[in-house]
Ligand binder design. Sequence first.
Ligand SMILES: [Zn+2]
Length: 103
Amino acid sequence: MDKVYSHYDRFMVFQIKQLLDEKGIPCFVKNEFAIGAMGELSPMDVLPEVWISDPQWLLKAQQFIAEFEYQPTDSSPWICSNCKEQNGASFELCWQCGKDSVV
Ligand SMILES: [Zn+2]
C-alpha cells in the first residue's frame, strides 16, 4: 500500500479521494478523524492521508493528483448567481452573501 496524498485540510483529502474514485482507482483515507482526536500529537503526525491499496495504480494516481493540484489560481472572476456581486477567482463563496460559486 502506498500513500499518495496528505493534507491538513480533510476536505482536500476527500477531494483527492473522490477524484481517484471517479478514475476507478482503489483508494482509501487514513487518519480521517485524527486531528483533534489526538491533541497531544503535533498535527504533522496525524494528517489525513489518501492511500492506494494496489501499487499498480500508484503512478496513475500521482499523475491525476498532480493534474488536480495544478489549477491556476488567478483565473477570471465570477458573478454570484444570487446577488450578482463579482467575486475574485480565489473565493469559493460569494463574499457578499456567502453563496457557493458552483451553481
Ligand atoms: Zn452573492
